[in-house]
Design a protein around this ligand. Structure first.
Ligand code: PHE
Length: 339
């Protein structure tokens, strides 16, 4: 009897180790304590056959084994219940104390890309072709074709980057390099009117500060026909500016000198980009100089043209209240994430 009790206890403990959930524990309990066929129950039933003088000792041993087994069962049950609760909590929990769910990361349209798109859309709506052009360019298109005499101080004023060992080349200091290229391309030998817009990057050896960068964007457009005047120039420029800003902005024209227009003007916009209201230089413009029309293949006695070139960075700075032009190329995500 003693041996039987010991082996039942051993067997119980072996099986208990293999139990991994509550229903298995239930089964184990039945196997040992089931009222009809439980291993322990069967032993207890044999008590009546035990010799009288052994009854006390065996009885005590039986109680001890029962107590131990029951205790182990209960401990295991508590462990399993705790584990099961934890699983449920992990799967189903909603942490109401979490202040905000983490935001999904989205890309951002760079304000420059957005501005380029707005201006390009306005150009297309007004019937302008939109073209791209070379950034590394021959001096001929950047200067000579635009009526800059050789050694004229206006050339120096552009702070141009030149290319070592290639005196004929430079990084374009303005997108006006496209004027003669496009007029030649679309005028059909100086016989057809044309309109084109050409945004792009330009490069100048500037002293860099909050309003000057070495690399920036210009948006330029020109139109050639047989009856163009200054009123057209002003109207077209106003249209571009207001389609970018979607509101009225105060502008002013001042006389300005550019060798490729006659007369020439500068356009300023009244705005506050962090230093209080001020007039900010935004664009050069004018009627295309007869020498440039001639260079492009038009007869300047028959044809006139208008042209204007805007500093796109500054236009966008005014639109969004950006106080430093250097933000555009900084790659600083804190700047980009605001748009
Ligand atoms: N290209 C000139 C500049 O960069 C601007 C301009 C364009 C002036 C067209 C007149 C006509 O300053």
């Amino acid at each position: 009897m003693k041996e039987q009790l010991a082996s039942v206890k051993k067997e119980f403990e072996a099986q208990l180790k293999r139990v991994s959930d509550l229903s298995q524990l239930e089964e184990l309990e039945q196997t040992f304590f089931g009222r009809k066929a439980g291993a322990f129950t069967n032993l207890a039933k044999q008590m009546k056959d035990v010799a009288v003088e052994q009854k006390k000792a065996i009885g005590e041993m039986m109680n001890e084994v029962r107590t131990n087994i029951t205790k182990e069962l209960e401990e295991k049950r508590a462990d399993l219940q705790r584990e099961e609760m934890k699983k449920i909590v992990d799967i189903e929990s909603i942490d109401v104390t979490q202040p905000q769910l983490p935001k999904e990361e989205h890309g951002h349209i760079h304000p420059m890309a957005q501005g380029l798109k707005d201006m390009t859309d306005a150009a297309l709506a007004m019937g302008f072709l939109v073209e791209d052009g070379p950034e590394l360019e021959s001096q001929y298109f950047v200067f000579d074709s635009l009526n800059f005499p050789p050694d004229h101080p206006a050339r120096e004023g552009m702070d141009t980057f030149y290319v070592k060992d290639h005196p004929e080349l430079c990084m374009r200091a303005h997108v006006s390099n496209m004027q003669v290229r496009l007029m030649r391309k679309y005028s059909e030998g100086g016989t057809k009117p044309m309109r084109a817009a050409y945004p792009g990057r330009v490069f100048r050896n500037e002293d860099i500060d909050a309003t000057h960068e070495h690399t920036f964007y210009q948006f330029e457009a020109l139109a050639v026909s047989k009856d163009i005047n200054i009123a057209n120039l002003i109207a077209v420029m106003k249209e571009f500016v207001s389609s970018l800003y979607q509101r009225d902005v105060e502008i002013r024209f001042r006389p300005g000198y550019f060798p490729f227009v006659e007369p020439g003007f500068e356009l300023d916009i009244k705005a506050d980009i962090g230093r209080g209201e001020e007039w900010i230089e935004m664009a050069g413009c004018g009627l295309i100089h007869p020498n440039v029309l001639k260079e492009a293949g038009y007869d300047p006695n028959e044809w006139q043209g208008l042209a204007f070139g805007m500093g796109l960075n500054r236009l966008i700075m005014v639109k969004y209240g950006i106080e430093d032009i250097r933000h555009f190329q900084s790659g600083d995500l804190r700047f980009l994430k605001q748009f």
